[in-house]
Design a binder for this molecule. Structure first.
Ligand SMILES: Cc1cc2nc3c(=O)[nH]c(=O)nc-3n(C[C@H](O)[C@H](O)[C@H](O)COP(=O)(O)OP(=O)(O)OC[C@H]3O[C@@H](n4cnc5c(N)ncnc54)[C@H](O)[C@@H]3O)c2cc1C
Length: 257
């Protein structure tokens, strides 16, 4: 591999890295939206106040944004758990530790099943006719739905998506657009700074119902509630998420729960 000088300025780094890593990435070479490394990870951990974390499903609630440091081993799960125990109380503490436990669970499943996590672990719980390719309008954030286009833009520009946006986007891609979860997994791996094998593949499979008892879906009211109406107020798009859960299940899967 080409060696990279260690005295480069921030402006020079993308160009040098782009040359050294040519063929291993797609799109324009640029510095990530957030600074990596152990020092930045420790600073982010110290600055993180988990008060009100229990409301994490709301896009405006405080979340840690520590996933990329955990993903790249710059912080350990134990350090984050210790921080939560020291700084959070009650349901904030419980929820913080519960989410960290999901991460550990996914890694244990990966350890047990290996690369089989990249194939359907179970049969989907509805007659699924998924195409393999990621549609171009999704890749380009031009679906015509302000919410979905914003989720995709967050992914591509920040290398990050809020957990609820990830769930909404995954459901939209798999159940509304009928695209195989693997295409979404690959798209996330391409752009997420925290993109990994375990949490990524198994969360996609959880939404798809190949690692859960039923497919995850949301409706417009759910999106509006957890985003404080950010996209829904004044939206003129022909919203595919409109309706009750029963109506959407019937439309998407041909059954009611
Ligand atoms: C379709 C889909 C794909 C995902 N892909 C990834 C991925 O590639 N890498 C990844 O780290 N997470 C993934 N997640 C889980 C979750 O969305 C992110 O861990 C979380 O959004 C990171 O933000 P945060 O650091 O602010 O999390 P916080 O809410 O502050 O939680 C703290 C830490 O706990 C862990 N965590 C939190 N929620 C979850 C969860 N639901 N599942 C597993 N671990 C969790 C993360 O390590 C996170 O950094 C995915 C979720 C979905 C629905």
């Amino acid at each position: 591999m080409t060696s990279i000088p260690n005295n480069l300025t921030d402006e020079q780094i993308p160009k040098e890295l782009a040359q050294a890593l040519a063929g291993l990435y797609s799109g324009a070479a640029r510095l990530p939206a957030r600074v990596g490394g152990r020092t930045a990870g420790l600073a982010a951990l110290r600055a993180y106040n988990p008060k009100d974390y229990a409301a994490r499903n709301h896009l405006l609630a405080p979340i840690s944004r520590l996933s990329m440091y955990l993903r790249h081993g710059m912080l350990s799960p134990r350090e984050v758990a210790d921080h939560i125990r020291a700084r959070a109380r009650g349901t904030d503490r419980e929820e913080g530790l519960r989410q960290l436990a999901w991460r550990e669970f996914f890694w244990l499943v990966l350890k047990q099943k290996g690369r089989a996590v990249l194939e359907n672990l179970e049969e989907p719980k509805y007659r699924a006719d998924w195409s393999a390719e990621l549609p171009g309008d999704i890749r380009d954030a031009k679906t015509g739905l302000p919410c979905a286009d914003d989720w995709i833009t967050h992914l591509k520009e920040d290398g990050y998506m809020h957990n609820h946006e990830r769930m909404w986007f995954a459901a939209y891609l798999i159940h509304w657009r009928r695209v195989h979860w693997k295409a979404g997994y690959d798209f996330f791996r391409e752009h997420l700074l925290d993109g990994d094998l375990a949490s990524n593949a198994l969360s996609w499979q959880w939404v798809a119902s190949t690692f859960s008892g039923k497919p995850y879906i949301m409706n417009q009211a759910n999106i509006e509630k957890y985003s404080a109406g950010k996209w829904c107020e004044g939206c003129t798009a022909d919203c595919p998420f409109m309706g009750s859960y029963e109506q959407l299940q019937e439309k998407l899967f041909g059954w009611r729960a």
